[in-house]
Design a binder for this molecule. Sequence first.
Ligand code: 13P
Length: 215
Amino acid sequence: MFVLVNLKAYPCDPVEVATAAADVSDDSGVRVAVAPQAAQISAVAETGVETWAQHVSAVEHGSHTGSTLAEAAADAGAVGTLLNHSENRLKLADIDGALDAADRADLETIVCANNPAQIGAAAALDPDGVAVEPPELIGTGTPVSKADPDIVTGAVDAAARVNGDVDVLCGAGISTGEDLVSASDLGASGVLLASGVAKADDPRAALEDLVEPLL
Ligand SMILES: O=C(CO)COP(=O)(O)O
């Protein structure tokens, strides 16, 4: 299972979370990555944790003020990027362009989507992975794997019909090892989560609890 922790714009210490994630990944053998704010990518990458961007723009080098250039994210230490997160939705053409930008910069890609139909569309664009996250469950602490398991199995089926190479993650409300196991049982190859770690009093303990059933 792949555990990808999105720090969003939460007021956590990204280096503290990243250091804990690197240690938990090393100790458990579970792949754990952290996606901080763009300006914090290099500080997070310096901890040795697998580091992802939260977004890259569909642009090349040039006159694009305010953009997040894929090459700059990669130079700062990112090895992958989320795209089309529910809190940063993109037009179809921009998802496609951002995937091209990520490919140019050798970034792994996960395209987020709300539901199985969108997951099928996202998978058709040939990212490395897709992540289904029902927006109404994001940040609630109610895991998608329990509240709406059909969304996860539907996403796995929709992706497989379109593109057998694409990994399927699920997210929204995931915070415990039990949630991780449910996601795996439903066919997901990873989880995308945020508040369960970024807002935890003890992010290290939260990460240890998440991977515990995989040990
Ligand atoms: O949006 C998410 C991850 O990208 C999910 O957020 P929560 O884990 O806080 O529900």
